[in-house]
Design a protein around this ligand. Sequence first.
Ligand code: F6R
Length: 362
Amino acid sequence: GKGNFRHFMEKELHEHPVVIGDVLHRMLDGGTPRLPALPFDLAAVKRITMSACGSAFYAGLTAKFWLENLARVPVEADVASEFRYRAPPLDEGGLGLLVSQSGETADTLAALRYMKTAGQKILSVLNVPESSMARESDAILETIAGPEIGVASTKAFTAQLTVLAVFSLALAQAKGVLPSAEVERLAASLLEIPAKAAEVLANEAPIRQLAKRIAEARDVLYLGRGGCFPIALEGALKLKEISYIHAEGYAAGEMKHGPIALIDKSVPVIAICPSGPLFEKTASNLQEAAARGGQIVVFSDKEGAEKLAPIAAETILLPEIDPFAAPILHAIPVQMLAYHVAVLKGTDVDQPRNLAKSVTVE
Ligand code: F6R
């Protein structure tokens, strides 16, 4: 049941720290990555093709950033409904990476089958180990998030990110492209997430406050860069699906190529911008949005929040964390915001209109 929570989604949001902790407990051994035995040689992986749908696709997109940036392996990423009909040429011996909570999503399963016929080894990141996708994969990495009842994915998403973060480190290590000390340092930053996620959940008041502003909006823009670009996409998707407010996620640098025309005083611009190498770039995009009257909402740590204070209409202050782990931590307040907006709007949070938990038809 829901226990003391109003909705399954609220209960599942509060499971983030435990779920992320469980994944790390299973996948890190003395601070270094530990994968189950795989029927292929990780060190020989030269190219990855990732496909998934919805939030699971966004988890895979963040992983593309990690896999290319840290493991130096090129990753092709496409939503499964497009990928399956494009018949993309794939070199024999590549790795097909699929991400799915249910393991039953029709398009993702079709993408898996296509990759298999094209000679790829298949690795799936799944929450249901008895699913169709599990049966047809060469290997699976389990997200062990437990059953997710709310139609909008929450804990399964951060579990997917966490599994993919450790997988990226394992691949970097297997390929010998990151010094062990760096792998250990990055793994240690992941281990900080559960406690920091609990801190975020214990500090709901500012997010509830922000929800009032967002509930009044007709359109909302979410911006991010690098590993946090997919978190902007996730924020916009979650807001759309449970509060029915129109929202778009954009790579912050793309704003000036079109969406900036939308911005006026009525449009909240939510920036997912933790401190790190890409912070200044995002900050300058936000200056441009602020100059056009956009209501800038900042999700960042203390240092980032201080730098953006002059232009921020509202700020959600988050714990400091290494830029590598930041997308996982930032996903939590973004989902919480959508939840509180939906509650204010009085929608059916756990069963949004027109949506099904498992999309087994294309
Ligand atoms: C969004 C959401 C969906 C799913 C998508 C894929 O909150 O839940 O976008 O992520 O339908 O489902 P799975 O992961 O079961 O393949």
